[in-house]
Design a protein around this ligand. Structure first.
Ligand SMILES: Nc1nc2c(c(=O)[nH]1)N[C@H]1C(S)=C(S)[C@@H](COP(=O)(O)O)O[C@H]1N2
Ligand SMILES: [Mo]
Length: 427
């Protein structure tokens, strides 16, 4: 956690201490709801507050706006002991503090292997070569002459939840599910670009390469490339942020984040996969047998309750809204079930519109807490293919514990009688 010592050892207890500290600093103080569940009415204050009596700043002091000073806790955070250096590392989206389905650009998680590249769009080029009729080198200006599309998709790192394979370890939504964001991407479909350059009959695979020092490269089957992939230059209405790959990145809907090559500089068309080092040694899933999956592209259906959660404890008895997010790399979320007793009983939570394929979906479920009992909160998503989000036990049985990647298991939040919430795993 930023500002706290997290070096060495497993951080679980320390994170608990962290949230206890939040309680002490007053984040939990004051109750809006009485034990009977009736919202407390305090009446209209007699004194006018300063902000109702004096002029505020004008329209000139904030050419690019920032959130209210009271939202300063809504930030990306990193886990210091997770990686050896900040350049090859990750920070996490504060999902517990966000609303709706769109992740604001300033808190969209960043994962990079050689730091954030700083690229001048005037000199940047996107080269397309290999099994094409015409090899090209596009300037940004060239790219902007094509008809763009605007599409909402989630981005998720394959390592999301990766610390939880052997047990509950990181105490919060942010650190267990925060390698995730969802944005409206604006860009040119790869189909448009390939129609322009012409594909040779043997064109079956695509190699995408990044222009950062890591030169991340991934092989992508042409079928996927022509289906829904795009070269994005904008995110949520503005040009990409440097951390998200400015000036262009690949968008590979539903597939693991490391295929979403940032600072994209080269697309090579070939007739077979390249098996780059990123594919043979880094992003592979090791099975109990000792064998490894060659490619695990799709981010399977996943969900998480964002509140109540370790970061969003309960404050006394009364009504609460269980808030959460669900998503599936295979398409649309069909249903989300919520349990408050560790998976014995389930209630279906209504989905908030819009429900977009391969995007985050929001669910809300009213819940009343008696202010004294423990509860085990879980959410379970079912997607349009009928796939049901697995428990951690089911996932371990199938995959062992040697993977880092693709842990989409059901998360469990233990609500303590004090209202504090912690990350646990139940059998
Ligand atoms: N060029 C390049 N592209 C990259 C990476 C990188 O290190 N270099 N990291 C990848 C990984 S592992 C992930 S999870 C996503 C994260 O995208 P974001 O930083 O926009 O959230 O970018 C991918 N694209
Ligand atoms: Mo990733």
């Amino acid at each position: 956690m930023n500002g706290e010592k997290t070096t060495g050892g497993l951080g679980r207890r320390r994170f608990l201490t962290g949230s206890a500290k939040l309680a002490a600093t007053g984040l939990l103080a004051g109750g809006a709801v009485t034990a009977s569940g009736i919202v407390r009415a305090e009446g209209i204050p007699k004194e006018l507050p300063d902000h109702s009596r004096y002029l505020g700043p004008g329209v000139t002091d904030e050419p690019y706006g920032v959130p209210s000073q009271y939202e300063a806790h809504v930030i990306r955070r990193n886990v210091e002991w997770l990686t050896a250096s900040a350049e090859s590392s990750v920070n996490f989206t504060p999902l517990q503090d966000l609303h709706g389905i769109i992740t604001p650009n300033g808190v969209f998680f960043e994962r990079h292997h050689s730091g954030r590249a700083d690229i001048d769009p005037k000199t940047h080029r996107l080269v397309i070569h290999g099994l094409v009729d015409r090899e090209v080198s596009f300037t940004m200006e060239d790219l902007l002459r094509f008809r763009p599309v605007d599409r909402i998709f989630f981005t998720e790192c394959a390592a999301n939840g990766g610390m939880e394979w052997r047990g509950a370890q990181l105490n919060g939504v942010q650190f267990t599910r925060g390698m995730l964001g969802c944005a409206q991407w604006t860009g040119i479909p790869l189909k448009t670009l390939f129609d322009h350059v012409g594909l040779k009959p043997k064109a079956k695979w695509l190699l995408a390469e990044g222009g950062d020092a890591s030169a991340l490269t991934r092989s992508i089957p042409m079928e996927k490339a022509l289906d829904d992939c795009m070269v994005a230059f904008a995110q949520n209405g503005e040009m990409l942020r440097p951390g998200q790959g400015y000036p262009i990145r690949l968008v590979v809907p539903g597939w693991e984040g490391n295929m979403w090559v940032k600072w994209l500089r080269r697309l090579e068309v070939g007739d077979q996969p390249w098996y780059t080092r990123w594919e043979t040694s880094k992003y592979t899933d090791l099975m109990p047998s000792g064998k490894a999956y060659k490619f695990t592209w799709v981010q399977e259906a996943n969900s998480v309750i964002t509140s109540p959660s370790p970061e969003k404890p309960l404050n006394g008895a009364g009504p609460y809204i269980i808030r959460g997010l669900a998503w599936s790399g295979h398409g649309k979320v069909k249903r989300v079930d919520v349990s408050t007793d560790g998976g014995k009983n389930w209630v279906t939570a209504p989905l908030e519109e819009p429900v977009i394929s391969k995007a985050l979906v929001r669910f809300y479920l009213p819940w009343r807490w008696d202010g004294k009992s423990s509860a085990l909160l879980q959410s379970r998503v079912i997607d349009e293919t009928g796939y049901v989000q697995p428990t951690i036990a089911q996932l371990r049985e199938a995959r062992g514990v040697h993977s880092i990647y693709h842990n989409n298991s059901i998360m469990t939040w233990l609500v303590n009688p004090t209202g504090e919430v912690e990350n646990v795993q139940v059998a």
